[in-house]
Write a protein that binds this ligand. Structure first.
Ligand SMILES: NC(=O)c1ccc[n+]([C@@H]2O[C@H](COP(=O)([O-])OP(=O)(O)OC[C@H]3O[C@@H](n4cnc5c(N)ncnc54)[C@H](O)[C@@H]3O)[C@@H](O)[C@H]2O)c1
Length: 391
């Protein structure tokens, strides 16, 4: 790590994630200086300015217009944590303005947007990293080392999920000004594929000699969200009888050029524990996260997967745990992976080396959303997976 350089950062999108990451993770590093913040809401700009000033004594510039932030000379790089629909538009503008980009995760609006993102990077070569923090989680990094070392033999089938009960967040969207409500009202798709797909794609060597060639998606009806919106637990009574487009569970299957399959599950509007449900199955080994689970909402039951995790740890951690996970990361977001992904961005930016999760990764992983939307709308018809040009 180089501490000689200082990266002057602008932050766009000062909601829960943007503010939390700026204060707790980015500002943890001495080579980061916050020079500007941006949000569409005045109170969020002011809150971010106040918090930065409290923490480091210097008040950053604030604006509700991201173009104004991008035009500033005192901004070297930006972190984008707005609604999903704006990520690519802002990232393109930032790259054109010569500002390095750290872009938060979420699905794309369209496949064309993904091509536009890649094209802009190829034209400008402005540093760009897709901030998929799950690629930096401990378990996923151990598995990456094991796959690299041949423990799994030839990979055959991988699966994962974004299984997270978001009914309160989604239905609280109008009151708390959160974008997910609009997404679930208007779209039916695999809307958040990258937390599980990112690590899986890295294990499969997608964009490094392998590529996805097809995708099919199917969706259930919208039962859970509808029931919740009509229950006493929903804080927004105006949502009674709202018709949501988004199905509760979306299942997606991708195939690769090398003959492997990947199964993804979006599962965000039924009662459940959080789970990314990663499975890695090769010709020589199987990794499966957790034993059978029964979770009855409100019963206080705990999902006890520690035994399986302990076996995995005791057998493989000594040899395969990367050095970055041997430091004390307590107190950092998501167990420490947020701090590690930011360090990876800063190191690559400062040293002029390739970003560990690049614009081609972003395009492939984000394209799953519009492709799944098309497949669901056509009753599960296969979609040809676009080729973004890096294999
Ligand atoms: N990697 C992770 O673990 C993780 C966790 C949470 C959220 N996220 C991602 O972070 C992003 C933000 O999530 P959140 O929960 O904080 O949402 P949020 O709705 O709380 O925050 C988004 C913010 O963007 C602002 N915004 C919208 N349009 C804007 C514009 N034109 N200019 C400036 N600001 C604008 C909104 O006003 C809002 O404050 C999402 O993309 C989400 O997927 C990632």
């Amino acid at each position: 790590m180089s501490t000689e350089k200082v990266v002057r950062m602008g932050f766009i999108g000062m909601g829960g994630r943007g503010t939390g990451m700026m204060l707790g993770e980015w500002m943890y590093y001495p080579d980061v200086v916050v020079t500007a913040v941006c949000d569409q809401y005045a109170d969020r700009i002011e809150n971010a300015q106040n918090e930065v000033e409290k923490k480091c004594g210097k008040r950053p510039f604030g604006t509700d217009n991201y173009h104004e932030l991008l035009a500033r000379d005192d901004v070297d790089a930006v972190y984008i944590a707005t609604d999903w629909c704006l990520h690519i538009e802002i990232a393109i503008a930032a790259m054109k303005a010569g500002k390095a980009v750290a872009m938060e995760v979420g699905g794309a609006r369209s496949v064309q947007d993904c091509f536009n993102l890649v094209k802009t990077w190829e034209e400008t070569k402005t540093p760009f990293m897709f901030m998929e923090n799950c690629c930096f989680d401990e378990r996923e990094m151990v598995l990456a080392n094991m796959v690299r070392d041949g423990v799994f033999g030839t990979l055959v089938h991988l699966s994962g999920a974004y299984a997270h009960d978001l009914r309160d967040e989604i239905t609280g969207g109008r009151i708390r000004r959160h974008y997910r409500l609009g997404e679930y009202t208007n779209r039916n798709c695999e809307n958040y594929p990258t937390h599980e797909l990112g690590p899986i794609a890295k294990l499969l060597g997608i964009n490094e000699g392998n590529r996805f060639v097809s995708l099919v998606s199917v969706a259930t009806g919208c039962f859970g969200l509808h029931e919740y919106a009509n229950s006493d637990r929903c804080i927004d009574k105006t949502l009674k009888d709202r018709v949501f487009a988004q199905g509760d569970v979306v299942t997606t299957i991708l195939t690769t050029e090398k003959g492997q399959t990947v199964e993804l599950r979006l599962d965000t509007s039924l009662p459940r524990m959080y789970n990314r449900a990663l499975t890695v199955h090769g010709t020589k080994a199987l990794y499966e996260m957790g034993p059978e689970t029964v979770f009855v909402e409100g019963s206080g039951e705990e999902w006890d997967y520690m035994k399986a995790v302990n076996t995995f740890r005791s057998r493989f951690y000594d040899k395969y745990l990367p050095d970055c996970w041997k430091q004390d990361l307590s107190g950092h977001g998501h167990g420490g992976m947020d701090a590690l992904e930011i360090r990876a961005f800063l190191d690559a930016y400062e040293n002029g080396t390739p970003m560990p999760v690049d614009v081609y990764d972003a395009a492939v992983w984000m394209a799953v959303t519009p492709l799944s939307e098309a497949s669901i709308a056509q009753g599960g018809m296969p979609q040809v997976f676009p080729d973004f040009g890096k294999h």
